[in-house]
Design a protein around this ligand. Structure first.
Ligand SMILES: [Zn+2]
Length: 194
């Protein structure tokens, strides 16, 4: 029986690397797999799914376009992988549930838990609510503790106001433990907001 998975973690936890690995494993067994990404994420250009950790990449498909495909085509996949799933809408998460329950295709979503203000993203919220299996992919803060937050920063230190979605990489986000997020302490390598 197919399941809906949510694998969440802070930035830099290797989520995209894991997606590419899972895709490779399916294909190695001659199974058909596709990587989707919601339109809101255009960080690496339109269709490319690229791991910031090891630089690997491959072509994906925009989720919104995939949802328009006939069910026969959707059913032909052995596994559907979703990158940056925190950006999904409630409707899209319910679409995944439909694919799992009615078409019997497993859907594995990867994404963040919360935004730079510790609010749940819409996609994260509905995946936490609906997923059969919820797993954490881990990374660490500069202090060595588990990083559970994604802090946004600029040259003045940690940033706690602004739009929820601001795409960026290592130059504008850092994964921190809760204590150092609350303190705004970016660690010795970056200028601290304290
Ligand atoms: Zn820390």
């Amino acid at each position: 029986m197919a399941k809906l998975y949510y694998r969440y973690g802070a930035m830099g936890a290797g989520k995209t690397m894991d997606i590419l690995k899972v895709a490779y494993n399916y294909e190695e067994r001659s199974q058909k797999v596709i990587i989707l990404k919601p339109k809101a994420d255009t960080r690496d250009g339109k269709m490319t799914v690229k791991s910031r950790v090891d630089g690997l990449e491959r072509e994906g498909m925009i989720l919104e376009s995939f949802m328009e495909l006939p069910e026969e085509t959707i059913k032909s996949y052995d596994c559907i992988l979703v990158d940056e799933a925190q950006f999904c809408t409630k409707e899209q998460v319910f679409f995944f549930a439909h694919v799992v329950d009615d078409l019997n295709v497993p859907v594995i979503c990867y994404g963040l838990r919360t935004d730079f203000q510790l609010n749940l993203f819409e996609g994260s919220k509905w995946l936490f609510a609906l997923a059969d299996t919820i797993e954490e992919t881990k990374t660490i803060c500069w202090c060595g503790k588990k990083a559970t937050t994604n802090a946004r920063f600029n040259e003045h230190g940690i940033v706690k106001t602004g739009e929820q979605i601001m795409l960026g990489g290592n130059d504008s986000y850092i994964s921190l433990c809760r204590k150092h997020f609350c303190e705004g302490n970016l660690g010795p390598a970056l200028k601290s907001g304290k």
